[in-house]
Design a protein around this ligand. Structure first.
Ligand code: VGL
Ligand code: ZN
Length: 210
């Protein structure tokens, strides 16, 4: 343990939801391995925030919404390229719920994202149109939080985009590598780490906090 979190730090746990775990609609390989680690990490922090992917049925990011397309195809939308996914994290369904093994009753905020029909949102801060804010940066700043530790699912999508936007919003930002797992479609994991490193995101392991 070399980092001791204070009241100015927050742990952001990304999308620890049933659909991203083995057996879910968009399962991340070995995703369930991060849950016990996230539970232990959460105990180190006064401030814990959870993000929750939360799509309406027929969401624009679902391959099933686009006749002729299949999951992992990439299409062009008004805001840019969009990877198409299996239907996942549909509002109110069991798959959109948090892992039943989460043990962090002191978590303070659940920030839902991806709820606009025509815009995806990997990031907990900002939607894929790069304009619509979720309110998370304002919430953290208003509470005097200036340093963020981010982990969860998936490293190369929602964790990476959240970390990049955290940097853009001026937060000191670390991603906890071993408390995250990746989808890794078409080289997305190495690209994500290159982007995060270039943006000044620190890559750490949970041992530095536990
Ligand atoms: C995610 C793809 C689609 C994630 C969410 O949590 O990384 N990935 N929606
Ligand atoms: Zn999603």
């Amino acid at each position: 343990m070399s980092i001791l979190p204070t009241v100015k730090d927050a742990l952001i746990l990304v999308d620890l939801q049933t659909d991203f775990l083995p057996g879910g609609h968009l399962a991340v390989a070995d995703g369930d391995a991060v849950i016990p680690l996230c539970n232990r990490l959460a105990r180190r922090f006064d401030n814990v925030v959870l993000t929750q992917d939360w799509h309406p049925a027929g969401h624009i990011s679902f391959a099933s919404t686009h006749p002729g397309q299949t999951p992992f195809d990439v299409i062009t939308l008004p805001y840019g390229p969009q990877v198409l996914w299996p239907d996942h994290c549909v509002q109110g369904t069991p798959g959109a719920g948090f892992s039943p093994d989460l043990d962090m009753p002191h978590a303070q905020l659940i920030i839902r994202k991806g709820y606009h029909q025509a815009v995806d949102s990997y990031s907990g801060f900002q939607e894929a149109d790069r304009a619509t804010r979720t309110g998370l940066a304002g919430y953290l700043k208003e509470r005097g939080i200036d340093r963020l530790f981010i982990c969860g699912l998936a490293t190369d999508f929602c964790v990476a985009w959240t970390a990049l936007d955290a940097r853009a919003a001026g937060f000191e930002t670390s991603v906890i590598d071993d408390a995250s797992r990746a989808i890794d479609a078409n080289g997305s994991l190495s690209r994500a780490w290159a982007d995060m490193t270039a943006a000044g995101v620190h890559r750490i392991t949970s041992g530095e906090l536990l």
